[in-house]
Design a protein around this ligand. Structure first.
Ligand code: PEP
Ligand code: MG
Length: 950
């Protein structure tokens, strides 16, 4: 029987004393006499007797486990999977999991543990000790432990870990003697001191986050003894490091490093629980929507060592390739190393295939584990393993993070392999990740070398590289020469449209995810980064400055619209295979594996989804793209976008500047053929699918030039004095254009505009119908707030329809509906629905008007609102269900009361956001409409909603 070195002073004795004394003692031992920890709560072993009967500690080892995979909420992902792996007979080092309830209890009760924890922990520790035949702090056979976090959803690297726990001045000698390797023992001790000093005793926190005092000691010693790498330290050097580290801990924290292993253990457990609230973890949870109330579990496990010589190793592997999804073992390992060495990149790890040559037997075992894990967990796994003197251990497994491309391939192939069902495949794919499959990509090697100069909002996914141009016209001229232009603007306006079309991508310093640049870019499938506010864009000097670097017109710049990154210089790109097949038609479908898997999933999505998916598209080309991606019609055709192409803008400007209805009519007559021609193209491309055409919406000043040079040239071309033009521009100026003369108010003030648009639509429909193509028309009136407004516009449209039908001797199949995009419309929906055939929620404006937050300027305060959790996320990206959603519910309920069968849809940017799509399904809408390139995302999200996902 080995002698236990844990003395009466150990932390366990605190639980038998009176509360006050216990607290005092704990603080003295763990926090130091006078100074509390600089950040975070005081480490305390105080316990409470409340909830005494509950199970808090779950053991695993020797093929048995208290927990199992279904207890994820209590055991965290890591703990649940350790239990599960133990149960299925995989070689998992024994240990125990302290449940997430302890974490929530600890925070709720002011850093106090439930009373039952202490005895449960002692029992579990003793089980682990028996299982490995070693004891914590034992003078003959000391057990070393690892202490790791483990939340319900994995939060890689966000919380703290402590390895080699249990080493002290005494056990280090025992380990040295037992292993016959003093080097190993002293190296383990110095690693432990480094982690413990940092994580538990807060040494680094005293120094500021970019400063690692332990590394400084290491580097100083390396210099002194003239070596370059850590593994060149002699035993003498390592002993010296241990002494220096202990002194450093004492000096920086005012406390000495605890020699008691059990006290070390309690310190480590508290530190891991505390790390749930550290900055990194909090930010990560906010980003990925992980509730703060979940808490983390703590996993305590017997250490195994990959650094016991040439027959030991450690590695991280994925059961399939996480970048491509290929069914191939993927990962790396290091011989004679501990886990952190693989991550730290001190030595270059080997690809796992190499292990086959170096340790063939263990490699075969690892391959068997790979298959067992995939079969058992029915998903691609990311696992950590250690080989200790030829013996394989699995330290953890979890579902591996993967790119969108890999997600599609893995899901499709696992269905083929009968590992998962089609429903599971659909539910597993993060709908948003499909944007990766469609987006052009940066060549990884080229991106690696590029210089990152700013980060903005990832508004249009993909990668683009081009020469900087600040004016849309310049981008057009340049790209006409076959060159790549990238349009850089402080913000974009409809005037920039041609430049946006011509450019490879769009970069703005201002604007949010539903800003003009963002929505137009997504609609066109353009790469876009917006709101990169650290860029100082100067149109006068034609420069972009960041403080560190200044780029000029014509210089190369590259943007990643999937991540929001902006790089100086050229980074190579290529279009996605799916786009090559469906849009460019430059690749045979049968030659693209990515496309085949994508098409398979899309087919399954159609089978399950009930919500219909339409697209926001304004040109025949966009419509064709949308249909190729599976859109079931056009949910929003923004007719104003048609007025910017070619020389239509001149006629449009003439119309805007007209001083009388007669002048306006003359200008409108010039516009009519253009509109008709566009609608003909759109109806042909739709081949009978429905099209929602919206009457003119934006404030008129958007069509006019604002700088004097352009004003002069426009006045010349219109043959009017420039003063007249300037006066008209001033007349059109509004302080709040978004709440001004726009939407149906244009049609109220200038009914001839609505008449011309309706006439163009119906004449086009008549033409296409004559070709034998069905036209399902839906005419939509924007920004309605009063039922009378709608009625007036409806009567006008109906009159035009009648006239055209009579004139061209045809009939029309059409509906007239309205957008619901101001709160008043939602509140009086029952009255409007009495007149309307359909409603389409314009959630961009509905968000703007109900929150009273400008959709174009919210970037200046939204981050602060999200940080302080006033808003869960960006309401212009994902529907604010509590506020805007409530208005939608009121509108739906009101509409159905007067018009039970009314068709209901969404055409704001939210139509392409998976959470909003699922929400719309649960609201009972008929369809959502989104940018063509987001149609596949909406299709998957719609299927997920039908399969029960929220
Ligand atoms: C909306 O407001 O949601 C909408 C679709 O209209 P627009 O974005 O054109 O204002
Ligand atoms: Mg709107």
């Amino acid at each position: 029987m080995s002698k236990k070195t844990v003395t009466k002073n150990s932390a366990e004795s605190f639980f038998t004393r009176a509360d006050g004394e216990r607290k005092l003692r704990a603080e003295r031992l763990l926090v130091g006499k006078a100074t509390p920890l600089p950040t975070g709560p005081t480490v305390s072993l105080r316990t409470s007797s409340k909830l005494g009967g509950r199970k808090y500690v779950f053991s695993f080892g020797d093929g048995k486990a208290d927990g199992n995979g279904s207890l994820r909420a209590s055991l965290g992902g890591k703990g649940a999977n350790l239990a599960e792996m133990t149960r299925i007979g995989l070689p998992v080092p024994p240990g125990f999991t302290i449940s997430t309830e302890v974490c929530t209890y600890y925070y709720k009760h002011g850093y106090v543990y439930p009373r039952a924890l202490e005895s449960q922990l002692r029992a579990a520790l003793s089980k682990t000790e028996k299982s490995v035949g070693k004891r914590l702090g034992d003078a003959e056979s000391p057990l070393l432990l690892s202490v790791r976090s483990g939340a319900r959803d994995s939060m890689p690297g966000m919380m703290d870990t402590i390895l080699n726990l249990g080493i002290n001045d005494e056990t280090v000698e025992v380990i040295a003697a037992k292993t016959g390797s003093p080097r190993f023992a002293w190296d383990a001790y110095r690693r432990f001191l480094q982690m413990y000093g940092d994580v538990v005793m807060g040494v680094q926190r005293h120094m500021g986050e970019h400063h690692d005092p332990f590394e400084e000691v290491i580097n100083a010693l390396k210099q002194e003894v003239g070596i370059e790498k850590d593994d060149e330290f002699s035993v003498r050097d390592l002993k010296k490091l241990v002494a220096s580290f202990k002194a450093l801990i004492e000096e920086r924290s005012g406390k000495s490093f605890p020699q008691e292993p059990l006290e070390q253990l309690w310190g480590a457990i508290s530190a891991v629980f505390r790390s749930w609230q550290n900055d990194r973890a909090t930010v990560y949870r906010r980003k990925y929507g992980i509730p703060h109330e979940w808490g983390t579990a703590v996993n305590v496990q017997a250490m195994v060592f990959g650094n016991m010589g040439e027959t030991s190793a450690t590695g991280v592997v994925f059961t399939r390739n996480p970048a491509t999804g290929e069914e191939a073992f993927y990962g790396e390992y290091l011989i004679n190393a501990q886990g952190e060495d693989v991550v730290a990149g001190v030595r270059t790890p080997q690809p796992v295939s190499q292990l086959q040559k170096e340790m063939p037997t263990t490699y075969r075992q690892l391959l068997a584990v790979r298959h067992i894990l995939e079969k058992h967990f029915r998903d691609m796994q990311d696992l950590e393993f250690t080989i200790e003197e030829n013996r394989l251990y699995i330290l953890q497994t979890r579902s591996g993070k993967r790119t969108g491309t890999a997600a599609v391939r893995i899901a499709a192939e696992m269905v083929k392999e009968r590992l998962i069902t089609k429903e599971e495949a659909l539910l597993r794919i993060p709908a948003d990740s499909l944007s990766h499959v469609l987006a052009p990509i940066f060549d990884p090697a080229s991106k690696e070398k590029a210089q990152l100069i700013a980060t903005g909002l990832p508004a249009g996914p993909g990668a683009a590289s081009g020469h900087i141009f600040f004016q849309a016209e310049d981008a057009v001229t340049f790209s006409q020469k076959g060159e790549k232009a990238l349009l850089v603007r402080v913000e974009t306006s409809p005037e920039d449209l041609r430049g946006m079309i011509a450019a490879e991508g769009i970069l703005t310093a201002r604007g949010g995810v539903s800003s003009h640049a963002a929505l137009v870019a997504r609609q066109m499938g353009k790469v876009c980064v917006c709101g990169a506010c650290m860029l100082r864009i100067d149109y006068r000097t034609k420069t972009i400055a960041t403080g560190k670097i200044t780029l000029r017109e014509g210089d190369f710049i590259s943007i990643d619209g999937t991540t929001g990154e902006v790089f100086a210089g050229e980074v190579r790109t290529s279009p996605s295979e799916v786009v090559q097949v469906l849009v460019n038609r430059t690749l045979e479908p049968s030659r693209s594996k990515i496309y085949k898997n994508f098409a398979l999933l899309m087919g399954w999505a159609n089978k399950y989804s009930k919500l219909r998916i339409r697209a926001n598209a304004d040109t025949p080309e966009q419509v064709a793209n949308a249909i190729a991606f599976g859109a079931q019609g056009v949910g929003l055709c923004r007719t104003e976008h048609m007025f910017f192409e070619g020389n239509r803008i001149d006629a449009m400007r003439e119309m805007v500047l007209a001083a009388s209805p007669e002048e306006r009519r003359t200008a409108l007559e010039k516009l009519l053929p253009y509109q008709r021609e566009d609608f003909v193209g759109i109806f042909r491309a739709l081949r009978g699918l429905p099209a929602t055409i919206r009457l003119l919406d934006p404030p008129l000043h958007e069509f006019l030039p604002h700088d004097s040079l352009q004003q002069k040239s426009l006045a010349d071309s219109l043959n009017i004095p420039v003063e007249t033009l300037i006066k008209r521009v001033q007349e059109l100026h509004e302080f709040n254009p978004m709440l001004g003369l726009r939407g149906c108010r244009l049609g109220m003030v200038y009914p001839e505009i609505s008449e011309m648009q309706a006439c163009a639509v119906f004449e086009a429909a008549a033409l296409v119908q004559k070709e034998g193509i069905k036209v399902h028309l839906e005419i939509m009136v924007p920004l309605v707030g009063f039922s009378k407004e709608f009625k007036i516009q409806k009567d006008l449209v109906q009159q035009v329809a009648k006239d055209v039908a009579r004139r061209l001797q045809t009939k029309f199949n059409y509906l007239i509906g309205t957008m619901i995009e101001v709160p008043r419309a939602a509140l009086i929906a029952s009255a409007i629905a009495g007149e309307a055939d359909f409603f389409s929620f314009g959630t961009n404006d509905l968000t703007q008007t109900s929150l009273g937050m400008s959709r174009d300027d919210a970037g200046s305060f939204l981050p602060a609102y999200m940080e302080r959790e006033i808003l869960p996320g960006n309401p212009f990206a994902s529907i604010d269900q509590e506020g805007v959603g409530r208005l939608m519910e009121i509108a739906i309920e009101g509409a159905r009361r007067t018009h039970p069968g009314i068709k209901l849809g969404v055409c704001g940017e939210h139509g392409g956001d998976p959470n909003s799509v699922r929400y719309c399904y649960h609201l009972g809408l008929t369809y959502v409409s989104c940018s063509p390139f987001r149609v596949p995302i909406a299709r998957i999200a719609a299927a997920q909603a039908a399969l029960g996902a929220r």
